[in-house]
Design a protein around this ligand. Structure first.
Ligand code: GLU
Length: 305
């Protein structure tokens, strides 16, 4: 498997030239667009890797799955009173549907409006407790106790996050979020700035692929039905407004973030974490998608085969 992964890294390197790193969060523009890494973890916790797997980067909207899981564990499926289940087909930070007076809730928990709403629903007495609960669940899902926030990225998001502020104030105006806008945004910017690596991403994927049970400790982290819901959203909405294309071309549940990471949960088979900071116009890692195309073909991972 390590040999296969090494060949995949070599065969996809040049795709980095076709995109660019995210710049709208200035700190993210410092990433080297030519690095790439891939890690897979199977259900027996066999770990395989190739490329730049020692690089740390921020989780960005891949954290939306973690916050969705927390909100589901707090409230059950009442979560969907406030957030829908449908792909939007719009860019992740679009305000378009939110400003429409007939829209009574964000389309799904993966777009920014849905994710900010989900974050507001996580039970906590204050914002410190809320982010601590998110970090603790990431520690459990990754089996990594050294999960921290990258404060440079957090400050960069704070400085440039006006689109997210607009979204949050619309949500507040429509009574979709009930707590203080500033507090919710602080948690949202912090959750996006949590640092992880490809191993952490593969571990999150492996736990979800394994029905919510950690492949490291064999302990249940997530109730089975919520692990299933998470994988469903990854499949339908995880790759921004390219989720349909990815479903047809690759065919596995995956969630992408603008740092260039993608994690995947192939049910009962494996978790995958990839990094490639060069993004396409939708916000997905170009090299990451190419790596996943080759791996899923080689290992016959498409969930419909
Ligand atoms: N922090 C980013 C934002 O709010 C996350 C975007 C993403 O990864 O989809 O714009």
């Amino acid at each position: 498997m390590n040999k296969i992964l090494k060949k995949i890294i070599n065969d996809t390197k040049t795709f980095a030239n076709q995109g660019k790193v995210a710049t709208y969060i200035p700190e993210l523009s410092k990433m080297n667009k030519n690095i790439s890494g891939i890690v897979t973890i199977d259900m027996n916790n066999n770990i395989y890797s190739a490329g730049d797997t020692d690089i740390k980067f921020t989780i960005q909207s891949m954290s939306n799955i973690v916050t969705l899981l927390l909100a589901l564990m707090d409230h059950g499926e009442k979560v969907f009173d406030k957030v829908g289940k449908e792909p939007s087909g719009d860019p992740f930070n679009s305000l378009k549907r939110l400003t429409n007076k007939n829209t009574d809730k964000p389309y799904n928990p993966m777009i920014n409006a849905g994710s900010i709403t989900i974050t507001s629903m996580i039970k906590a007495d204050n914002k410190e407790e809320r982010i601590a609960r998110i970090i603790n669940l990431i520690k459990d899902l990754t089996g990594n106790d050294n999960i921290e926030i990258n404060m440079d990225v957090y400050n960069s998001e704070l400085k440039t996050g006006d689109k997210n502020r607009s979204i949050a104030y619309f949500l507040k105006d429509k009574n979709i979020i009930e707590c203080e806008v500033c507090d919710v945004l602080d948690t949202y910017f912090k959750q996006c700035s949590i640092e992880i690596d490809c191993f952490d991403l593969a571990n999150i994927g492996a736990t979800l692929a394994n029905d919510g049970i950690s492949t490291i400790t064999n302990k249940r982290i997530i109730p089975s039905k919520y692990a299933t819901i998470a994988k469903a959203f990854m499949f339908t909405c995880g790759m921004y407004d390219d989720s349909g294309e990815f479903a047809v071309e690759v065919g596995i549940p995956a969630k992408s973030g603008v740092s260039g990471g993608i994690f995947c949960a192939v049910p009962n088979k494996m978790g995958i974490g990839v990094l490639g900071p060069s993004l396409d116009e939708k916000g997905n890692s170009i090299v990451g998608i190419e790596m996943l195309k080759l791996l899923t073909k080689e290992k016959n991972l498409c969930i419909f085969n």
